[in-house]
Each structure stands twice: as C-alpha cells, then as structure tokens.
Design a binder for this molecule. Structure first.
Ligand SMILES: [Zn+2]
Ligand SMILES: [Zn+2]
Length: 214
C-alpha cells in the first residue's frame, strides 16, 4: 500500500520560496534570466527589466559572444552585429571597448526616440561595408538611407521600388512593341501571300523596332 510520502507531489520551481528564486536568478547568465522572465507573470515581475549596464555586461557573456550580439543604448536590446553601422562595432565601440556604452543600432540612428541623438541628414553611414547617405526621402517622407550620394533625396527602399516599377514598364513596352510587330508582320504577309501566312516562313518574335525587319 502506498504511503502518503510516496504519493507526494514533487516540488517544482514555483513551489520554492521567493528568496530561493532570487538566489537562483542572481546566478543565472543573461539568457537564462531573459528566458525565465518570459515564462510567466510572476517571474516577469520578479526579474527587473534589463538596464543598459545589464546589457553591456551581458554582451560579454558566452551567449552573446557566440551569437555576435551587441547592445544598443537607445532600444536597450541585444541585437546582431549586422544591425549596427560599421563604426559602431569597431575600436572603442567594439565589444568590451571603452565607448561601447555609446553604441546605437542603425534603426535607432535613423529614428531616434525623443531626446536621443541619432544620425543627421547628409551624414555618411558605413553599414555592411557599403556607404549610405542619410536623407529625408521625398517619396516616403521618412529619414532613411540612400544608396547613391543622396542627391536624388530618395531612400534605398523607394529607389528599389521605383526601379522595379520602371523594369515592369519597360517589359510592358517591349510586349506592346512585339505585339505591334507581330500584327504588322501578319498584315503584310496577308497582303503579299493572301491569307496563307505559313507559306512565307516563321515570324521573328525577337524584340526590336518592327520597321527594322521590313
Ligand atoms: Zn537600437
Ligand atoms: Zn523612401
């Protein structure tokens, strides 16, 4: 027969007293604390939001080093290195550098919160070994990065969209030209050969001015 001891419900983390929770939390690395904080409302309340200093310590831990994560001073997040401009990840602003607390991500540099200083218009930003210029885009009316020298006042997204539209327009124009050429060919074939189009060879469907073929 089972005794009361043998059927006792096992103790879970939630059953431990608050002091033990705090002791465990203090020993956890950053990722452990972050995960525990997201498990439920109790731990979310018990583990305070991460401060800038917490994140700067965390970026030196194995978890962040292995994943190439760095701290942004504005959004207070650990983000992948690729989210930062090249000069934000080098020399004094590199991991462990004396100016690492001044590092901010490209997103925050372009759209800083009130009271934060980000990039200014006309500033050159090196990102992913590519040079961009900060512009106020005349199309989307946002501060964004431009791929050219910024003279067009058009951000890289709007420029890409415009070029895509242009490409589709050109494709459409080509299709219209081909159709006109085909129709002209059939018309002339009919005039010359009567209605038998097959007897005068194949229609050349390549692009170009229809008049050039005749
Ligand atoms: Zn940021
Ligand atoms: Zn734009």
């Amino acid at each position: 027969m089972a005794t009361s001891d043998s059927v006792r419900t096992p103790i879970t983390l939630s059953d431990l007293p608050n002091e033990i929770h705090l002791d465990i939390i203090a020993r956890l690395p950053f990722d452990g604390r972050a995960r525990l904080r997201s498990t439920n409302r109790y731990f979310h309340g018990l583990i305070l939001p991460f401060s800038h200093d917490d994140l700067l310590v965390a970026e030196g831990e194995e978890y962040a080093v292995a994943r190439d994560l760095l701290t942004c001073k504005y959004c207070l997040r650990l983000s992948h290195k690729s989210e930062f401009g090249d000069n934000m990840t080098k020399k004094k602003k590199a991991r462990g550098g004396s100016e690492r607390h001044n590092r901010f991500c490209v997103g925050c540099g372009l759209h800083p919160s009130l009271g934060c200083t980000g990039y200014s218009r006309g500033q050159c930003v090196k990102w992913g070994r590519q040079e961009f210029v900060v512009v106020f885009c005349v199309r989307c009316m946002k501060i964004e990065l431009a791929e050219d020298d910024g003279k067009l006042k058009e951000c890289r997204y709007c420029q890409k969209r415009r070029m895509e539209i242009r490409r589709k327009e050109e494709e459409h124009e080509r299709r219209v030209r081909r159709k006109a050429k085909r129709e002209a060919w059939h018309r002339r074939a009919k005039e010359f050969w009567g209605s038998d189009e097959s007897s005068c060879g194949e229609f050349d469907d390549s692009d170009g001015d229809p008049d050039e073929s005749w």
